[in-house]
Write a protein that binds this ligand. Structure first.
Ligand SMILES: NC(=O)c1ccc[n+]([C@@H]2O[C@H](COP(=O)([O-])OP(=O)(O)OC[C@H]3O[C@@H](n4cnc5c(N)ncnc54)[C@H](OP(=O)(O)O)[C@@H]3O)[C@@H](O)[C@H]2O)c1
Length: 235
C-alpha cells in the first residue's frame, strides 16, 4: 500500500518503521510539512491508499476532515478528541458516511490491550456483587492528555457493562505521569473480602504501531466507521 503517515514523533516514527517492514511505501509529514493541512490536498493525496494519524489534539480534527473530504481511508491513533467530546465522534461518523470512506480509530491499537479490555469486561461483573472499582494509569511525563484515552475507553466499557443492571457512576480514574513509562493501566476491584487486580503494561510502542498498520491493511477496499475494538479479531 501507499501510506501517508502524519506525525513523526515517538509513535509515528515506529508506525513508519513497521509499515516499511511490512513492505508498504510510506511518506511521512510532520508539523512543518502539514501546517494548515498542506499535505492533505486532493492533489497531494492522489496515489495514497490510506492516511495514518499519530499527531496531536490540536490538529487531528482538521486532519480528519481534510482526509475524509478528499475521499481517503484513514486510521487515527491520536487521542483526546473522542472521549468526552462524543459530539465530535458523531460528527466525524456522519462525515465518513457522507464521503463513503473507510475510517478506523482507537485510543489503543495494541492487541494486548484489547484482550485486557475483554478481561475487564468479564471482571466488571464484580461491581454487581458489592465490589468497588478504580482505574489507575501511568504514562511518561511528556504525555499531553490526562486521563489517557485508553483509561477513558476502559472506564466506558465497564460502565456500559454494568449500568443496565445497576445504576452507577463511572469508575474514578487516577493518572500518574512519571519518567518514560510507555503506558500502564490497572483495574482494581475491591470487596471487604478480597481484591482483584488486572494490569496491562506496555513494554514498548511496537504493539500500537503494528495494530495501526494492520488496521490500515484491513481497511483496504472497505467503507465505514470502525472502532478498532470491534475489528481487531478480524486482523
Ligand atoms: N492509539 C494508540 O494506540 C496510541 C498509542 C500511542 C500514542 N497515541 C497517541 O498518538 C498521539 C501521538 O503520540 P506520540 O507519543 O507519538 O507524540 P509525539 O512524540 O509528541 O509526536 C507528535 C507528532 O505530531 C506531529 N505533528 C504535530 N502537528 C502536526 C500536524 N499538523 N501534521 C502532522 N504532524 C503533526 C509532531 O511533528 P513535529 O515533531 O514535526 O512537530 C510530532 O512528530 C498522541 O495523541 C498519543 O496519545 C495513541
Amino acid at each position: 500500500m501507499n501510506l501517508l503517515l502524519l506525525g513523526r514523533g515517538k509513535t509515528g516514527s515506529l508506525v513508519a518503521e513497521v509499515a516499511r517492514e511490512r513492505k508498504h511505501n510510506v511518506e511521512v509529514a510532520g508539523s512543518k510539512e502539514n501546517a494548515a493541512c498542506a499535505a492533505l490536498t486532493s492533489g497531494k493525496l492522489s496515489g495514497i491508499d490510506a492516511v495514518i494519524d499519530f499527531t496531536t489534539l490540536h490538529c487531528v480534527l482538521s486532519n480528519i476532515e481534510a482526509c475524509v473530504k478528499a475521499g481517503k481511508n484513514m486510521v487515527v491513533g491520536t487521542t483526546g478528541w473522542c472521549g468526552e467530546k462524543q459530539g465530535e465522534l458523531d460528527r466525524i461518523r456522519t462525515l465518513v458516511g457522507q464521503h463513503k470512506t473507510g475510517f478506523v480509530y482507537a485510543a489503543n491499537f495494541s492487541i494486548g490491550i484489547n484482550l485486557f479490555f475483554d478481561a475487564a469486561r468479564a471482571a466488571a461483573a464484580a461491581l454487581r456483587h458489592g465490589y468497588s472499582g478504580q482505574i489507575f494509569e501511568r504514562h511518561h511525563v511528556h504525555k499531553k492528555d490526562a486521563p489517557s484515552g485508553t483509561a477513558i475507553a476502559l472506564q466506558s466499557l465497564i460502565y456500559e457493562e454494568v449500568r443496565e443492571a445497576s445504576p452507577t457512576e463511572p469508575l474514578e480514574i487516577t493518572s500518574f505521569r512519571e519518567g518514560e513509562v510507555v503506558g500502564l493501566h490497572e483495574l482494581v476491584l475491591e470487596s471487604p473480602a478480597d481484591r482483584i487486580y488486572l494490569c496491562h503494561d506496555a513494554k514498548s510502542r511496537r504493539g500500537f504501531a503494528e495494530g495501526a498498520v494492520r488496521a490500515a491493511e484491513w481497511l483496504q477496499g472497505k467503507k465505514g466507521f470502525y472502532d478498532f475494538k470491534d475489528v481487531w479479531r478480524e486482523l
